[in-house]
Write a protein that binds this ligand. Sequence first.
Ligand code: ZN
Length: 447
Amino acid sequence: MNPGQCLVMPANLSLRHTRTGWRFIRRMSRLALPALAVFVFLLPPEAPAYSAAEIRTFQRAIVDYRWRLNPRFKKIKRKDTRYIIVHTSEGGLKSTLRTVTRGKHRRGRSYTYGGHANYVVARDGRTFRILDKKYRADHAGRSMWNRQTDLSDISIGIEMVGYHYAPITDKQYQSVGKLIKILQAVYDLDDRDVLTHSQIAYGKPNRWIHRLHRGRKRCAKNFERHKANLGPTWDHDPDVRAGRLAADPKLAKVFYSPRPVAVAASTGTNLISGTDTAWSIAGEDYNSPTTIYRLPGGKEIPGDSIEKLVGWNRIPPKTEVLLNQQEPEAVIVKSGPIKVITDNATAWSHAGSAYNRDTTIYIFPNGRVVRGARISDWDDLPKMTRLIVGYKGPFKIDRDSTAYRIAGQQHKNRTTVYFIPPRIVMAGDQIADFKSLPAGTMVFLPN
Ligand SMILES: [Zn+2]
């Protein structure tokens, strides 16, 4: 048997496997030929990480979410693609999808226009295409790798739904592994070109570190490369070695330690302790209003108030640090006055700061009508609750007071709202026959 035949390997076998194969062949070539033949026969064939069929199935299942992109996001083609950057979104699926497509929001106002990732991988492995891979996603922020800055210009961004201090799911690893294989083939990238956001982000001097430094982000520091069928990352940080940046000792240990650190150590925690500080957990977001500190007693304090209310050195141990606690996006609904509470549309997103006013009226699925000012439990508003913003009423229709008596010429307007208990809510311009409205129908008029 010709040992050369062993070299004929499937084209999609990874470089790592090929190297292992070579080493094996070199070692084996010192042995007698018959022994080699037996050995090769016994050796289980090295399968490629994913079959072509698996890749195709995965690719077909990607959910196209590009239509949700904020129209104000400006699409720009990347001139060069040299890296794939993996992130953890520090939030759940809904808020992740909302942020990467529509933008970041705070107190009802948007301050970015979305386009913060090319792909999102959900906890169950479902993968969403947010922005075509050829376009520049605004995902890496202040970043540097091997002297090159602004990595968003030359990289694809993948958001893993989850947190940097909690394990990524096996299903996510399966999906992201396939996704990365596909992108590596398209852009001719090797495993070392796949980095995490925490590896490439860098920060300006701050109260914790007085130089340009790593550690601005902890994003995806829990990404276990081998689970995505990737070979090792760099054995050092080129910008730290060249003196351009100060190292972050914790991240350095995770990524460049000669001996791999235990999973538990790399996953870490989001609880304040003697060794885990606000900085080591939240990175540059330590004092952001969207970082919430949940004290052991349950009290929650935003990052921008810690200095004033607690003091950075006095945060009690076991305080939980929650990143990315954004308020819901302000959705401008153009489809008429009747709005609906759904998973993605909250009272706040429909009504903004008017959500709890007397003139914001909620019609619950069970037919109850309640004014905003009388609701105290905002977290448990049932889905399919309807609301109207800036209204007075209800005025009841009965034999003596018709829609016309109540609303005059306005009775058939789009802005006049009718509630026919127990379930029907409609606008005046949708009603064909006002005489057929049952007694007990309620009319709401713009305030
Ligand atoms: Zn990130």
